[in-house]
Design a protein around this ligand. Structure first.
Ligand SMILES: [Zn+2]
Length: 259
């Protein structure tokens, strides 16, 4: 009788271990992101569309963590699920390959309906004011317009994406200065090379013009944000037209993104 009882106990334990293992496996291959959020990612975010199944789950988890950590507030604008997903996607795309990344310098994103007034820095001649990273009283706050946010993802082949642009400024800002050199993720041995490549390119842009958005010629901080938009939206074209920049950006973002 005792032996039978022992056998049953062992069998129950084995079943329990199998169930736990299956559960761990399930949570590893699924995220908790609601299905409609996943559909929005699949419909609007090209970067996500190009990931394999494992990559998609990893991306969903990062989106989920971002939305849990950062508040999104509408200012005369309704924050819809699509806005939340696009803001989170813009945040995750640049740092997707940097696994331990957290935007510790961001607490809140303010969503405006359209261009906001020029109490904020003007963002490019033809951009109007599309977005900004807060300073002073708006420290740890990002402002973005709903219109530009959506256009950035709807037109995914024009090398322009306001959300990516603003989050790249935040990545750049993490080392204390917004100067186009993200020292927190770029190995020290490359910083000099990257800085001089940016300065030379800005000079060439001003002299000869460029297929790179001319707003990038404003300074190295804007150059870094603009060339990163190009990198994430049109990697093939960037590799063909500016192979040196493409190579450096792959170093910076530690990504295997193919040209
Ligand atoms: Zn900018």
């Amino acid at each position: 009788m005792v032996v039978v009882f022992q056998i049953i106990t062992v069998l129950l334990l084995i079943v329990l271990i199998i169930l736990i293992a299956l559960r761990i496996r399930r949570t590893k291959f699924h995220s908790q992101l609601p299905d409609n959020y996943k559909e929005l990612l699949a419909d609007y975010v090209k970067f996500y569309q190009h990931l394999n199944e494992e990559g998609k789950v990893a991306f969903e988890k990062r989106v989920e963590q971002f939305l849990a950590a950062v508040k999104i507030t509408g200012v005369n604008a309704e924050v819809e699920d699509l806005d939340k997903i696009l803001i989170a996607a813009g945040a995750i795309i640049p740092v997707f390959s940097i696994h331990d990344w957290q935007y510790i310098n961001l607490h809140e994103v303010l969503l405006y309906p359209g261009a906001f007034n020029n109490d904020f820095d003007q963002h490019g001649d033809d951009r109007n004011i599309a977005g900004m990273v807060g300073t002073g009283a708006l420290q740890n706050v990002m402002v973005i317009t709903k219109w530009q946010l959506r256009q950035g993802f709807i037109n995914h082949n024009d090398a322009r994406n306001t959300a990516i642009h603003e989050f790249v400024h935040l990545v750049d800002k993490m080392d204390g200065t917004v100067d186009g050199v993200p020292e927190i993720i770029l190995e020290r041995k490359y910083t000099g090379q990257w800085k001089s490549l940016m300065e030379t390119t800005i000079h060439q842009m001003k002299t000869y013009g460029s297929d790179i958005d001319m707003y990038g010629a404003t300074n190295t901080a804007e150059f870094f944000a603009v060339i990163s938009e190009y990198f994430f939206e049109q990697p093939e074209l960037l590799q063909a037209n500016h192979p040196e920049h493409f190579k450096m950006l792959k170093q910076i973002y530690r990504t295997e993104l193919h040209g």
